[in-house]
Design a protein around this ligand. Sequence first.
Ligand code: SF4
Ligand code: SF4
Length: 284
Amino acid sequence: MKIAVLSGKGGTGKTTVTANLAVNLPGCIAVDTDVEEPNLHIFLSPEINIQEGVETEYPVVDAEKCILCGRCGDFCRYNAIIPAKNQVLVFKESCHDCGGCKVVCPSGAIEYKKREIGRISTGSSGSGIPVKYGELNVGEMSGVKIIGQMKNSVEDEELVIIDSPPGTSCATVAAVENVDYALVVSEPTPFGVSDMKMVVEMLRNLEIPFGVVVNKAGLGDKEIYEYCEVEGIQILEEIPYNRKIAELYARGVLFSEKIQGYNKRFLDLYRKITEFEGRKDSDR
Ligand code: SF4
Ligand code: SF4
């Protein structure tokens, strides 16, 4: 089973929920796909034993062959290749490596070159949980390739918990695509609810079942509860706004390992998710 943990915005406690869930599920693999700002490893402290570079390709134009027809520029939806008056300009950081410009070029002027855009680290936490996290190099526009490579590497694993990038970007879609279930972590504040609504819309468009974890419960107002009730969204767990939890978080310590009762609450959270899976199977 693949479970993605995501949020409408950063700082809602998404990674805390991912890490606390992972340490309470024997046999799972924890994957941090928030490649622009990975921090799951701060909580799980894995000893890294494999580090691999992730490469992408970008077009290089042979000026001798190019007839400046403009077709590559018309095709590219990312403005990564732009035919100018006397030459074709390539912005390699914007290229999404789709291969299309070479296909449409009528004079065989385009070849591709490889370059590294980031890396994937793999290791094992102190409690024996396999951990993977990706890092996008500074200045790069898209971590989708790194996310895809990480997800492919755990494709056959039984239980994978994926810490997704926040928001509804291409990277978030890449992280949550084809998962079995999504956990949306949100704060009970007007900003939290507003950003969460976009995530809910994205998950519904992708037809991914989901439930909500309210983090910092008691901090804001009741809007999140009213919204979830109206929309028929299940709230699976509430983590209170609590000084002790905040202190442990600030020190990179998992609160479910320090505060009594939370191991069981995270196991219950997983049980609720699997109950959903059971219902889905019986509907087939
Ligand atoms: S490979 Fe695709 S994204 Fe990159 S420049 Fe060519 S058309 Fe644009
Ligand atoms: S499609 Fe090929 S020939 Fe046309 S402008 Fe682009 S590189 Fe040049």
